[in-house]
Write a protein that binds this ligand. Sequence first.
Ligand SMILES: Cc1ncc(COP(=O)(O)O)c(C=O)c1O
Length: 422
Amino acid sequence: MKRRHLLLGAAAAGAAGAWLARPADAGGPALAYFEGLQRALGGLPAMPTLVVDRQRLRANLGRIRQTAHPKLPLRVVVKSLPALGLLDAAMAAWATRRVMLFNAPQLALVAMARPDVDILLGKPLPASAARWALEQPGDARFDPGRQIQWLVDTPERLAEYAVLAKGRGQPMRINIEIDVGLHRGGVETGNQLATMLGLLRNEPLLHFAGLMGYDAHLAAIPDLAGNRASAQAEAQRRYAAMLALARERLGPADAAWTLNTAGSPTFHLHDDRHAPNELSVGSAAVKPSDFDKPSLAMLEPAAFIATPVLKTMDEFRLPVGAETVSRLAGWWDVNQRRALAIHGGHWLADPVSPPGVAPSGLYGASSNQQVLVASPSVPLAVGDWVFLRPRQSEALFLQFGAIVVIDQGQPVEHWPVLPASA
Ligand SMILES: Cc1ncc(COP(=O)(O)O)c(C=O)c1O
């Protein structure tokens, strides 16, 4: 008897504890900032829309320029700001014509649309892709032999570029990728670099243009016991050693060499006392959530997806056969009691307004009409807008036709995104 009482008591206490441990209501009305965006979108057709807040974008661009060392020019990472409007805004704010490109279609397009830019490839393109880019119709003002630095990572690829250059009688500037610790690619040893510099000296159509050492790992590795500081010192040491070797082999004509490094998470780490003489930055200008880092705390998210609510459901229900599961989920978690279907979905993005709206972990994701869950305290009706914050910009932006630029509560421009490419 006593034992049964004990068991019953324990079960009751467990149930009460579980009841108290239930998730709190995370719902609430749309945040004032997003109400403003919703008003601005009022006159536009209700469909998934990529919105850029021009005031935030401009403020971010200005703060990035102020944070980066004043003696180091910035190079715009086009893949992360893939619309000519975004590219123009960044180039204007940073007083630069330097851009970094990552694939042949975007390379050909930017060379055509902005023929005065100075292009550095951010990845080593296969020689056949480089050839394809060179074969695309170009603007007469753009000189590929002067305005493109092709990134090359191995002696083998350099040999392929030599064949390409000779075949077309095309002078090509070569920037050599070096591994400063990220281990994603690039030259790791002095011997490799020496071999490549030797090949370059023997091929009059290929010209050495500089080095590129990307250091994203400095922001990603755990910062334990000086780990980051020593990784940074190692990156500086590797860069300096490669530069010294290039100088030794080619002479000290390095004033014109492009010595590129950095990205959004690391540009703040650099000054003019080390080898690199320019910094790449892209994503930080719109600050997707993957870039919520202490070093970028001075920036604000400037891009959102706005999408209309197509349906609201007073009770969140899984399909027939699984309804009990959704009933239990709603009993347990007030934030799963209601449901709504949005236009589109399944993006690399997370709902931010109204608060408390979240993807259902139970209902399968859909790119067509995603089911989101919410608590009854979220005042959502058909036709209202849900706002999502992208986690990254580079692939996600290309999923939208044109960016709607909002300034002072008004849609002021449409910036077509670059055609889809990978
Ligand atoms: C070579 C290189 N430089 C710089 C960047 C930085 O881009 P973002 O500023 O968008 O992070 C990248 C991003 O992948 C990269 O691959």
